[in-house]
Design a protein around this ligand. Structure first.
Ligand SMILES: [Zn+2]
Ligand SMILES: [Zn+2]
Length: 259
């Protein structure tokens, strides 16, 4: 499985340092874009990729650094590799509790548009999007399964937030999405020898009440054999002098992983 990070930054990252924590997974049907923040298209272009190369966009949750696909949608429609325009629809994938509110939020931005005949239409969210609702997806030999993680969770309320289980038949890779520290699924996952890596979000910010992320010090409490299977992401930059210990490094912008 080949995974390329478009960025490994957090929501507040300076884009001169890192882009938002999005990635592409290569499949026989094209690229699966894992989350699409505001920096995704810029990063694709720097890698020589075109928004039209994306075969599916999968979302982990609705925060701006993960679910801001407007530019991608327009560029797929009005531009193309063979010359503009391509009028390509954009496949958005994920559980209904992510996709339905996302489409509602996109409606004021893409609902009204000018079609290939030059007619102004109001059905943009239906015509420009190809919605694939569900907690599993099969595409190009890759099976994706969404599983719930705690990201913003209180008494009786929880934000829809998911990690991803990616399986190409040879390898499994787990992707935490944004989550507070929830070690049980990590421990369970690494018991499968086919799990080649767990990409886990991490913050190096000083811990504070109200954080919705996993702190580096919390991840370091995992058994060393588990830490060895973890690569950090969503961290923006590893502070100088940090000892990553048994952890399997921290992903860089545009870093490629063959797993
Ligand atoms: Zn985030
Ligand atoms: Zn988030």
């Amino acid at each position: 499985m080949r995974i390329t990070f478009l960025g490994s930054g957090g929501a507040f990252t300076d884009h001169r340092i890192n882009y938002q924590n999005n990635a592409v997974v290569e499949t026989s049907e094209g690229l699966v874009l894992v989350d699409c923040g505001t920096t995704a298209v810029q990063s694709l272009k720097e890698l020589g990729l075109h928004p039209g190369d994306v075969a599916a966009v999968v979302f982990t949750h609705l925060h701006g650094d993960h679910a801001s696909p407007e530019q991608l949608i327009w560029e797929r429609y009005y531009t193309g590799r063979a010359g503009p325009p391509a009028f390509a629809r954009t496949p958005l994938c994920g559980p209904a509790d992510l996709l339905d509110p996302l489409v509602q939020a996109l409606d004021p931005f893409i609902g009204l548009y000018s079609d290939r005949e030059g007619d102004v239409r109001t059905d943009g969210t239906a015509a420009l999007l190809d919605l694939r609702r569900g907690s599993t997806l099969q595409i190009g030999g890759l099976r994706i399964r969404w599983f719930q993680v705690p990201h913003v969770e209180g008494v009786g309320v929880r934000k829809a937030a998911y990690g991803l289980d990616l399986d190409d038949g040879d390898s499994r890779v787990l992707w935490s999405g944004d989550t507070t520290f929830s070690p049980q699924w990590i421990r369970d996952a690494v018991e499968d020898p086919r799990v080649k890596r767990v990409f886990h979000e991490c913050t190096f910010s000083a811990p504070f009440r109200g954080t919705v992320h996993s702190h580096f010090d919390e991840l370091r409490t995992l058994p060393e054999t588990v830490q060895q299977r973890l690569t950090l992401m969503h961290h923006t930059a590893v502070p100088d002098g940090t000892d990553l210990g048994a952890l399997h490094g921290a992903a860089l912008r545009h870093e490629v992983f063959d797993l």
